[in-house]
Design a protein around this ligand. Structure first.
Ligand code: F6P
Length: 373
């Protein structure tokens, strides 16, 4: 066996992962570098579940959604074994060396990049590609899967228009994104939404009701309201801010952990906000309201052409970096280019919708309400 590189996909699946595996595998094969695929994310590396990938594996997968390698959210240092969580970092390092890997390709989002950095610190050569339908990874314009998910959510919003208008209803459509509102913002604008609610712009229910009643007075008897999973009221946002400040000022690790638990609890209480907003709006406007939760539909199906192209560009550049022996970077999409950025600059950071985002402001200026004024 000659030069060999490991590959895994971790975190939630995203359309376009197979296109990326295919691109990197085919480009490496040109240089006779083997690709060893680990199953189900970091779990495969921890328990040595793997198989060699060759050109026959890559055949026909460009258009397939999901990931041929399988995925999981399991972390190297907190791997579920029976009912316990075990630190499997040692086993991972051992398996990496056992297969005489030159490096490991990790395709993933925020959690994957944190795990990748941990493994780098154990001496593993890691290279990553950005994948998340949430588009919340730092240091890259976009990520594999975001375009497809935006298309799916946009088509759903398109379809909801006719039924909302036939029944003179408010329809709230819940879109994925616990922390970042990119998917809701992009699909909301593309789908012609009337109100858009994202975590970065806390809402006051009275402004949402006002925007809907204003439309009603203008003769538009229905409204479409995309709501990000993590959308929050100004009251909830104030509670989050307070806890985040307390965490930053925490005296020790124990105190910080206790506040993390409170943050998780607040997160849990806030989920389901879409249903509550719907009930509040019925009471405040006197209009009928319905909720559609898109859920995992947004991650399913075939990747869009844009995601196939992005995955192919990133995959081929990733292979080039491996051929040159350059690791420790995420292959990032910047403008029309693929730029390697240090994994340290990505891990643990979130890319949120900034207040001065061009599309956010275009939406505001075209009359879309964000429920904040
Ligand atoms: O991380 C991407 C994401 O799709 C989020 O938008 C969503 O909140 C979450 O995954 C759902 O995770 P799971 O598939 O584990 O339910």
């Amino acid at each position: 066996m000659g030069r060999c590189i490991g590959i895994l996909t971790a975190g939630g699946d995203s359309p376009g992962l197979n296109a990326a595996i295919r691109a990197v595998g085919r480009a490496l094969a040109q240089k006779d570098i083997y690709l060893l695929g680990f199953k189900d994310g970091f779990e495969g590396l921890a328990f040595d579940k793997c198989e060699y990938l060759d050109n026959s594996t890559f055949s026909g997968i460009l258009t397939r959604g999901g990931t041929i390698l399988g995925t999981s959210r399991h972390k190297p240092h907190k791997m579920p074994v029976g009912k316990k969580f075990i630190d499997m970092t040692g086993a991972i390092v051992e398996n990496y060396h056992k297969h005489q890997l030159e490096g490991l390709i990790c395709l993933g989002g925020g959690g994957t990049h944190k795990s990748a950095l941990r493994l780098m610190k154990q001496g593993l050569n890691i290279i990553t590609m950005p994948k998340t339908i949430d588009n919340d990874l730092a240091e890259t314009d976009t990520s594999i899967g975001f375009d497809t998910a935006t298309d799916i959510a946009t088509h759903a919003i398109d379809s909801l228009h006719s039924t909302a208008s036939s029944h003179n209803r408010i329809i709230l459509v819940e879109v994925m994104g616990h922390r970042a509102g990119w998917l809701t913002l992009y699909s909301g604008i593309a789908g012609g939404a009337d109100v858009i609610l994202i975590p970065e712009v806390p809402y006051d229910i009275k402004y949402i009701a006002e925007a809907i009643l204003r439309r009603n007075r203008e003769g538009k008897k229905f409204s479409i309201v995309p709501v990000a999973e993590g959308a929050m009221s100004i009251d909830v946002a104030a509670k989050f801010d307070k806890l985040h400040k307390q965490k930053a000022e925490a005296k020790d690790k124990d105190a910080a952990e206790k506040i993390s638990d409170k943050l998780a609890e607040l997160d849990r209480l806030n989920s389901g906000a879409t249903l509550r907003i719907s009930q509040q709006l019925e009471e405040m406007t006197g209009l009928e309201s319905r909720v559609t939760i898109l859920g995992h539909l947004q991650r399913g199906g075939v990747p869009s052409a844009a995601d196939r192209l992005l995955a192919t560009r990133l995959g081929v550049e990733c292979a080039q970096s491996i051929i040159e022996g350059k690791f420790g970077v995420m292959m990032s999409a910047r403008g029309g280019n693929v730029i390697p950025v240090p994994i340290e600059d990505v891990a643990g950071k979130l890319k949120l919708v900034p207040a001065d985002d061009i599309l956010l402001n275009a939406a505001r200026n075209s009359g879309i309400s964000f429920g904040d004024c």
